[in-house]
Design a protein around this ligand. Structure first.
Ligand code: PLP
Length: 435
């Protein structure tokens, strides 16, 4: 029987391909709230939330209860075979709770990538046009259509061609890297290239939709200037091009609002949800205008497991807790504290290029020096290792893997938040000593 980190690592080496990346070479056996425990008995504050998923913490007792009650009544029937309550009730709840105008309909899937693919299928069927616009640096998943939408070649797309066709890209308003003089110039650079793409290289009559993360997640928590999404929406709506907002990583209060797009005062045509929706059970969704989703004939979309009864039941409970416990307000407060601590570090360290974020979605971008802005992925790896040694699990991100993102469960207790930020600071100090 395996029982230690080392013996499980050996199993992984023997039976799991190298292509599956690994941030932390430890084996997590259980978790409680914001703390996880490894096979050697070490405990860690979890600042990964399993990549932005477990917003309500590990082993949440209310979620366990709702999962058990569903397991006792119905494991599976498939929504294409018969109705079941949790699928339909969750569809109603989400359509009422996502702040989009007009009547909405909802479809459930298993992963973010699968939901993204279906959003693209739907807008193509609706508009009967082929092209989709996405953004450089975006991450939309790892199936071959989602990869084609993803705007980073290594490691995601390397050697996996051919990918889906008829995807075109423009830069995201990543003002720090575009080296724009100010936010207005940054937005103008992007909007000008979009206009050339849409009106010159292509034509609106062949564009089925545009998909965008309201804040790029894997890209390194890049927050666009306030005016950008509104302007983008206006540009696309004027040309009758549907807007798909990918909220897989940003949704469910991470930014202090239920949906990140609410910060930008826009009204999307389709919203893609995943990750936090069932706090870790596999579930994703698209919520879209009924007029768009209803163009498909019966049988055109579906899947065996999408909206599984256990995942849907838990998702209903997640939504109830998010509302009851004002999780978005909590995220805002956590974010204020994290931001304050990170702001204190920016001027002290030559290797910190930028602190950015919205609500509890916070990140630091690391560079070799502030002037050249040359990416520094090496220091990121060192900090992550130092932090793990001290009991904190962190995640990297970024176009150049040179960003540390802070992804705590949104229910984290304040003492542990403070402790985690102290560990982070100590780890940063230690990692920069050896440079
Ligand atoms: C914005 C965004 N979209 C889609 C995905 C893909 O989700 P999944 O890994 O569940 O397929 C991710 C995953 O990180 C994501 O961050």
């Amino acid at each position: 029987m395996e029982s230690s980190n080392a013996s499980y690592s050996r199993l992984r080496e023997l039976y799991v391909p190298r292509g599956l990346g690994l941030t932390h070479p430890v084996t997590i056996t259980h978790g409680l709230g914001e703390i996880v425990y490894d096979a050697d008995g070490n405990s860690y504050i979890d600042f990964t939330s399993g990549i932005g998923v477990t917003i309500l913490g590990h082993s949440n007792p209310e979620l366990i209860e709702s999962a058990i009650s569903s397991l006792r009544s119905l494991w599976h029937i498939c929504i294409m075979v018969a109705n079941y309550p949790s699928y339909l009730e969750l569809a109603r709840e989400l359509s009422e709770h996502i702040p989009m105008s007009g009547s909405k309909k909802v479809l459930f899937f298993n992963s973010g990538a699968e939901a993204v693919e279906n959003a693209v299928k739907v807008v193509r069927a609706y508009t009967r046009r082929p092209y989709i616009i996405s953004f450089i640096g975006a991450f939309h998943g790892r199936t071959t259509l989602a990869l084609a939408l993803t705007g980073k070649y290594k490691p995601y797309k390397k050697r996996f061609e051919p990918l889906a066709t008829h995807i075109v890209k423009v830069p995201y308003p990543y003002c720090y890297r575009l080296r724009a003089r100010d936010e207005d110039e940054c937005v103008d650079i992007v909007m000008n290239s979009l206009e050339l793409l849409v009106d010159v290289d292509l034509s609106p009559e062949v564009i089925a939709g545009a998909i965008i993360e309201p804040i790029q997640g894997e890209g390194g928590f890049i927050v666009p200037p306030k005016r950008f999404l509104k302007e983008l929406e206006g540009f696309l709506k004027k040309r009758d091009i549907p807007v798909i907002i990918d909220e897989v990583q940003t949704g469910y209060c991470r930014t202090g609002k239920f949906m990140a797009f609410e910060h930008f005062n826009i009204d999307p045509d389709i919203v893609v949800l995943g990750k936090a929706i069932a706090n870790g059970l596999p579930l994703s969704a698209i919520v879209g205008r009924a007029s768009i989703l209803d163009v498909m004939d019966p049988g055109m979309v579906g899947g065996t497991y999408g909206g599984n009864p256990v995942a849907s039941t838990v998702a209903l409970k997640v939504l109830e807790i998010v509302k009851r416990d004002k999780i978005c307000v909590r995220a805002e407060k956590l974010g204020e504290y994290i931001a304050k601590r990170l702001d204190e570090l920016v001027d002290k360290y030559e290797v910190i290029g930028e602190h950015r974020g919205l609500g509890a979605m916070r990140a630091l971008e690391f560079v070799k020096n502030k002037k050249t802005r040359e990416p520094n992925p090496e220091i990121v790896l060192r900090i992550i290792e130092e932090a793990r040694k001290r009991g904190l699990l962190l995640l990297k991100a970024g176009y150049y893997d040179n960003v540390i993102r802070f992804h705590p469960p949104l229910v984290i207790q304040f003492e542990n938040l403070e402790k985690a930020m102290n560990i982070f600071e100590e780890s940063l100090r230690e990692a920069t000593k050896s440079t």
